[in-house]
Design a binder for this molecule. Structure first.
Ligand code: NDP
Ligand code: 8X3
Length: 256
C-alpha cells in the first residue's frame, strides 16, 4: 500500500510511518522539521530497505499542499491511505484569557490543514475508486474539558468532518476512519506547554499513558481489514482513563 502521513516527524505520525514501512509498505511522510524527515529516510533504508518519500510541509500552506499534490500525482500516483495526523494543542486557558494567536494556529493546523490535505489528495483516490482516510481526532472531540475550549473545538470539527467525508466519498469506495486517542505520551504536551518539560511530564505521572506505537498498531489494524469492513470511529484510551475528563492513577486503583 502507498501510505501518506502528515506530521510524521514525531509521536503518532512517526510511529505510524515506522509501522507501515516495517511491514513493507511505501510511505510518503511530511512535517515541518526537515532534519527529522531526512534521518527517518536513512533509518527506514537501513532498517527496512525501503526508499521513503518525504516532503517538508506546513499543512497550513495551501500553495505548498497543492504543489505536493502535483508531485504525488506525478511521482507516486494515488495514495491508498491518507493519515491526517498533523495537529497540536497550545496552552490551557479559560475562554476569556486565551491567546488568540494560539487559537489561530490550532484552527489553521487541526482543521484547515486537514481540509487542505483532504481537498487536494482525495480526488486522486476518487479517480481510483479506492482509498482509506484516517483522521486523528481525540477524546477532546467527544467531550470538552475545562480550559480545553479551542483545542476541543478543533477536534469536534475533525469528528464532524470525518462523518461528512464518509458520506461524501461513500460512492467512491473510500473508507474514512476517525481515530480518537486519549492521552498519548508524545511531544504533544511539550508543545502544548511551550517546551516546559516538568509541566509536560506531569501530565503522565502515576499511570501508564498510551504510547504512539499503540495508536500506530490500531491504525494498522483498521487499514488491513477486509475491503468490505470499515471501522468508522474508534476511541482508544489507556486503562487509567475513562474519557477526556476522568482519569485515575495506579495508586488509586491499588487502594480501591
Ligand atoms: P507530536 O507533537 O508528537 O506530533 C505532532 C506532529 O504534527 C509533529 O510531527 C509535527 O511536526 C506535526 N505538525 C504540527 N504542526 C504542523 C504543521 N503546521 N504542519 C505540518 N505538521 C505539523 O504529537 P502527537 O503525535 O501526539 O499528535 C499527533 C496528532 O494526535 C495531533 O493531531 C494531536 O492533536 C492528536 N492527539 C494527540 C494526543 C496525545 O495525547 N498525544 C491525544 C489525542 C489526539 P513538525 O513540528 O515537524 O511540523
Ligand atoms: C489530546 C488528548 O486530553 O490532551 O487530544 O486533549 S487531551
Amino acid at each position: 500500500m502507498k501510505v501518506f502521513i502528515t506530521g510524521a516527524t514525531s509521536g503518532i505520525g512517526a510511529a505510524a510511518a515506522r509501522k507501515f514501512a516495517g511491514h513493507g509498505h511505501q510511505v510518503w511522510v511530511t512535517g515541518r522539521r526537515k532534519e527529522r524527515l531526512e534521518s527517518m529516510k536513512t533509518e527506514f533504508k537501513n532498517d527496512f530497505g525501503i526508499e521513503m518519500h518525504y516532503t517538508q510541509l506546513d499543512v497550513r500552506d495551501l500553495e505548498a499542499v497543492k504543489q505536493l499534490e502535483s508531485a504525488i500525482a506525478q511521482q507516486w500516483g494515488a495514495p491508498d491511505i491518507i493519515i491526517n495526523n498533523a495537529g497540536l494543542a497550545l496552552g490551557l486557558s479559560t475562554i476569556d484569557e486565551g491567546d488568540i494567536t494560539e487559537w489561530d494556529t490550532m484552527i489553521d493546523t487541526n482543521i484547515k490543514g486537514l481540509l487542505y490535505i483532504t481537498r487536494c489528495l482525495a480526488p486522486l483516490m476518487k479517480k481510483q475508486k479506492q482509498g482509506h482516510i484516517f483522521n486523528i481526532g481525540s477524546t477532546a472531540g467527544k467531550v470538552v474539558y475545562p480550559n480545553g475550549n479551542v483545542y476541543c473545538a478543533t477536534k469536534h470539527a475533525v469528528a464532524a468532518l470525518s462523518e461528512s467525508m464518509r458520506i461524501d466519498l461513500l460512492n467512491y469506495n473510500i473508507k474514512v476512519t476517525a481515530i480518537n486517542p486519549g492521552m498519548v505520551d508524545t511531544e504533544f504536551s511539550l508543545v502544548r506547554f511551550n517546551g516546559d518539560e516538568a509541566r509536560a511530564g506531569a501530565t503522565y505521572l502515576g499511570f501508564e499513558p498510551l504510547h504512539a506505537a499503540d495508536i500506530a498498531d490500531t491504525i494498522y489494524y483498521c487499514a488491513t481489514l477486509p475491503p468490505h469492513v470499515c471501522i468508522n470511529d474508534l476511541t482508544i484510551t489507556c486503562t487509567r482513563q475513562a474519557n477526556g475528563i476522568f482519569k485515575t492513577t495506579d495508586e488509586t486503583v491499588m487502594n480501591a
